[in-house]
Design a protein around this ligand. Structure first.
Ligand code: ZN
Length: 284
């Protein structure tokens, strides 16, 4: 009879104790289960930004793929030699139809005036200028330039404006138009014309003048020049239509006996080409 109450006492003490202990374990588990999703969510949060970052990197990677082609283009421009346009003045046949002398003016002049003629040699200016252009081309190439002639034969139809546009299309560094003058007086000697300071040549007149002065100085050390040797022009179609610094080189006067003879002298013309080239800055 005494054993039963002891069992009951033991049970009544142990059972609640176990219940409390068991329920505490459950609570802990429940809490830990509640925590786990939060941890998983955190892990997902860590993953998601990575996924978000990845697509934003794709365009960058594409850009990287595209960049070399831009660089290559730049390198090509960097590697390209600076270009000088040599324009042998005139052509076989004059073209007296008219064109605007400037993109900023309605004033017109003949597309191509007739050549001057050697007083004794009867040589046409268009022949003198083309032959000289080929000599000058060799000297300027030695200075590191690519040289492009606006014409390489007599029988062409190229207006002065069109010649200027050739230079613009080639993105020339300099334009040099070559002529030989004629006069009723006894004028003689080499000279250079350069753009006057006016709206249409505002961006280039200074650099043109610098080139003109350089060429004039180099030649005047060696040979006779006409008057001061430099003249400013505001109605020169080639100057006004071309964007690059430009000058007009007047080899001499075909109307003068001595100049006419010199312009048919190969030795003199080779020397003159060297002197002119000395006055041109080295290609950068
Ligand atoms: Zn001329």
């Amino acid at each position: 009879m005494k054993k039963i109450p002891i069992v009951l006492v033991v049970c009544s003490v142990l059972f609640p104790l176990l219940f409390v202990l068991f329920s505490t374990e459950q609570t802990k588990e429940a809490i830990s289960q509640l925590k786990q999703p939060a941890v998983e969510t955190k892990e997902e949060v860590v993953v998601i930004p990575k996924k978000v970052n990845q697509p934003s990197k794709k365009p960058e990677q594409l850009e990287r793929l595209e960049k070399p082609s831009h660089k290559q283009k730049k390198q090509k421009v960097m590697q390209r030699k600076p270009i000088i346009i040599l324009d042998p003045g005139h052509q076989k046949n004059a073209d007296l139809t008219k064109e605007n002398i400037s993109p900023k003016s309605d004033k017109q002049r003949a597309k191509q005036l007739p050549s001057a003629i050697g007083i004794n040699t009867k040589k046409k200016e268009s022949i003198v200028t083309l032959q000289f252009a080929k000599r000058l081309q060799k000297e300027l190439e030695k200075k590191g330039y690519e040289v492009v002639l606006t014409r390489t034969k007599q029988d062409v139809q190229l207006s002065n404006k069109e010649r200027a546009l050739v230079a613009n299309e080639k993105q020339a560094t300099y334009v040099m138009t070559l002529h030989a003058d004629a006069s009723e007086s006894t004028r003689r000697g080499f000279y250079v014309a350069t753009p006057a300071k006016q709206a249409v040549t505002l961006k280039k007149y200074k650099e043109s003048e610098k080139l003109a002065v350089g060429v004039l100085r180099a030649v005047s050390k060696e040979d006779r020049v006409f008057e001061k040797g430099i003249f400013y022009r505001n109605e020169n179609t080639v100057f006004n239509w071309s964007t690059a610094p430009s000058i007009s080189i007047q080899l001499g006067f075909l109307s003068n006996v001595k100049d006419d003879k010199k312009m048919s002298n190969a030795i003199y013309l080779n020397e003159l080409a060297k002197w002119i080239a000395k006055g041109v800055p080295k290609a950068k």
